[in-house]
Design a protein around this ligand. Sequence first.
Ligand code: GDP
Ligand code: MG
Length: 166
Amino acid sequence: KSGFVSIVGRPNVGKSTLLNRVVGQKIAIMSDKAQTTRNKIQGIYTTKEAQIIFIDTPGIHKPKHRLGDFMVDTALSSISGVEAILFMVSAIQKRGPGDNFIIEKLKEANKPVFLVINKIDQIHPDKLLAIIEDYKTEMDFAEIVPISATEGNNVERLLETIVQYM
Ligand code: GDP
Ligand code: MG
């Protein structure tokens, strides 16, 4: 099994940290899937059974001007070829306008969207349910996976779940 996944989210939620943890290769592979020519491959996670190709989708953020709008559209078209989208948020930051903007765009993507709640090492476990409920009021997520990218909590489970969507 193999497929493409993109990670979107506000700055500093931990996207690069997760990628650095899971990704072993940064190579420009040739593939028959169109994504490889349209987007920057950030890295590839490979096991015996599966290969997950993480791609960069620059520009999903709240635009401050019209050019920004165009860039967001470009980013949206780039996620049209992925098998799943990881929407990463931080457990230690309140949902904000930046998150809400991304959520509105992801609703148009018609793809499985995972809510990945990162930095759970920084909160009391009792707080997690309220965070999940808060995001669930905004969108139906295909999966909701709380992780700690720095500690590695639940990262294996996240990868296994992604593979199920390929
Ligand atoms: P990005 O902008 O979304 O790519 O975020 P980064 O990966 O650069 O991370 C931003 C900051 O959050 C860095 O200082 C990371 O060390 C920190 N960070 C990332 N993941 C975690 C986590 O699971 N727990 C904690 N405590 N800090 C994290
Ligand atoms: Mg980053």
